[in-house]
Design a protein around this ligand. Sequence first.
Ligand SMILES: [Zn+2]
Ligand SMILES: [Zn+2]
Ligand SMILES: [Zn+2]
Length: 147
Amino acid sequence: MSGDALDTLVASLRREGVRITTARRLVLDALVRGTPHPTAEELLSSVRAMAPDVHASTVYRNLDELERLGVVVHTHLGHGPATYHLAADAHGHLVCEACGRALEAPPDLFGQLARGVKRRLGFTLHPYHFAVLGLCAGCAAQTPART
Ligand SMILES: [Zn+2]
Ligand SMILES: [Zn+2]
Ligand SMILES: [Zn+2]
């Protein structure tokens, strides 16, 4: 675990003028230390593992506030509920429709796409909001080509 990563994050948010309450700190702690791509519900259970008395509404409200402040972003990896990342850690995703695995897209991949779309259509892409779906290499090898 890395209490240090959390302390560094909290210190830099404070420098930016973000107020860090106990509940916010717990939410950030759960994001730093918990499983990757937690849903709001999974974040709640990580927070409760540290502070059993915290109300669900407090956790959800603070998650919303942190998102409005630009500290946290959400991503839709598939049909399920949204998942959360620290904004500093945001990245694009490729999700396998067969096994559900989420791959982190290399940053240049969507960067190139975003520049091309902007140039050709004037459209500003937000490549981190939704995942791009398909088949991972392993599943593609087992699945007859669908064309
Ligand atoms: Zn991710
Ligand atoms: Zn797969
Ligand atoms: Zn959304």
